[in-house]
Design a protein around this ligand. Sequence first.
Ligand code: DC
Length: 226
Amino acid sequence: MAKTISIAIDGPAGAGKSTIAKRLAKELGFYYVDTGAIYRTVAYFLDLLGVSPKDADGVHRYIDELNIDIYYDETGLQHMLMNGIDVTNDIRTPDISQKASLVSAHGEVREMLLDMQRDVAKENNVIMDGRDIGTVVLPRADVKIFLTASAEVRAQRRFAELQAKGAKDTYAQVLKDLQQRDYQDSHREIAPLKQARDAVKVDTSDLDIDGVVAAIRQIVAQKVGI
Ligand code: DC
């Protein structure tokens, strides 16, 4: 099998990872793997069962009953299947964002999802985004990007997205949730959010989407010549 190319994009919530990764994947003809969606699916499943994301015993008791599948439709959109049910849209709420952050701190959950993520990258050229892709999931990724922006800019982007969906959340609430998630994701014991030593940091605070895509294309071209 020919060697595959993997591009890891890590960073805090709202830095623009998924928007940028989707665009790059389309331009390069790579698969886009949104690993946050996998943690969200776990959180959604436990939530339906009434298990708190902080309850390690509850997580342990039910996690084996969850079967996760990922598939890509003809537009390249990643769909999440929870025991055969498509939950792609259901997992995109502020409540599930918080619960995914909490549930992702359990070593048992991270362990269970590791091979699933690595397997996709073994067989395909991928752009994978998350929190620990360059540090843990794909430590030998060909290109590693750490995408970030100020908390205020990230909250403003999230707020605009939520407003477009008709949600009632205030900017202050969105900022508070985001800061809490940043703290949880970067202070957990296992695979915390942090920049890999060999990752290139890209601050998107003052760049538009085209600017970020162009900056990353340049880094990719330098590292792997595509
Ligand atoms: O990227 P996202 O906002 O959809 O991720 C939701 C949560 O999942 C995030 O707050 C932390 C967790 N997560 C993780 O721990 N590791 C990843 N690689 C991706 C997400």
